[in-house]
Write a protein that binds this ligand. Structure first.
Ligand code: SAM
Length: 252
């Protein structure tokens, strides 16, 4: 597929900022639901001001880090475990953001930063890999200044089910989808610590449609990230699968 065709498949009026970025660049860095769209959805409700220092934890190929630095004039520490920082530095340099996006290899439980260093923390399509532990937000939130915001967005179900999988998703289910929690679950998970004040915990409106559009475009282009996930989203048709968005402030 040529790049112009791909751009057409990825046209989505919901994300006007993301429309300025090449579809090829986004698909080449794909690791899950489009991180640039997710970053735009998160920052609709999470204010970022020029000059802020922001941690993007679990940034993968750093597409969201590049997007956030460009769109909001912030400095971003692009931290990830599986993707090597030299690979991300290449993308950062290509985007003309050397000195504004800093790729770092980091494990979520051993972050190489000073407490209170960041004005804001984000995690896109990644927090559910390490953040479901009751105590994790107590560790993570320390890296934000008091009053600083923490925003996450990742796959989630609309509600918590007594048993998993929901029957209609049985043919597609993988065990680790058990970490796809609902907005209500995340709200309680964070609020019960008393360390953060949750401002937003919602299902991204039509998030499942964006996720499906993205998967179908990726599949048509290169067969990734997997047709099965698109079939699952079709079968569900927005009943329970979607993207969960949570924004909180670190208490003083
Ligand atoms: C599905 S990928 C999403 C990457 C990117 N944010 C995106 O949306 O395309 C999940 C990312 O979480 C990161 N991750 C998983 N466990 C981690 C951990 N314990 N510490 C740091 N990063 C982790 C992985 O390295 C991976 O890049």
């Amino acid at each position: 597929m040529d790049d112009a065709e791909l751009d057409v498949l990825l046209r989505n009026e919901r994300y006007p900022r993301a429309a300025a970025y090449s579809g090829r660049w986004m698909v080449d860095g794909a690791m899950g639901p489009n991180p640039v769209w997710q970053a735009e959805a998160l920052t609709e409700l999470m204010p970022l001001e020029p000059g802020m220092r922001v941690l993007d934890l679990g940034c993968g190929t750093a597409l969201s880090s590049v997007f956030l630095a460009k769109e909001f004039g912030i400095e971003v520490w692009a931290a990830d475990l599986w993707v090597q920082p030299d690979e991300n530095l290449r993308r950062v340099v290509e985007a003309g953001l050397e000195g504004r996006v800093y790729p770092v290899q980091a494990e979520a439980h051993a972050l190489p930063f000073a407490e209170g260093f960041f004005d804001a923390l984000v995690s896109i399509g990644a927090y559910h890999y390490f953040g479901t532990d009751d105590l994790y937000v107590g560790y993570f939130s320390r890296f934000a200044k008091p009053g600083g915001r923490i925003g996450i967005i990742q796959p989630g179900l609309a509600e918590e089910y007594e048993t998993l999988p929901p029957p209609h998703l049985e043919p597609y289910w993988q065990w680790d989808f058990c970490a796809w929690h609902s907005p209500g679950w995340w709200r309680r998970h964070w609020e019960k610590t008393g360390l953060v004040a949750v401002e937003v915990a919602d299902r991204l409106p039509d998030g499942w449609r964006d996720w499906l559009q993205w998967n179908e475009a990726c599949d048509l282009d290169s067969g990734t990230p997997g047709r099965e996930e698109a079939q699952m989203l079709h079968a569900d048709a927005g009943r329970t699968l979607g993207l969960t968005r949570v924004i909180a402030r670190r208490n003083s």
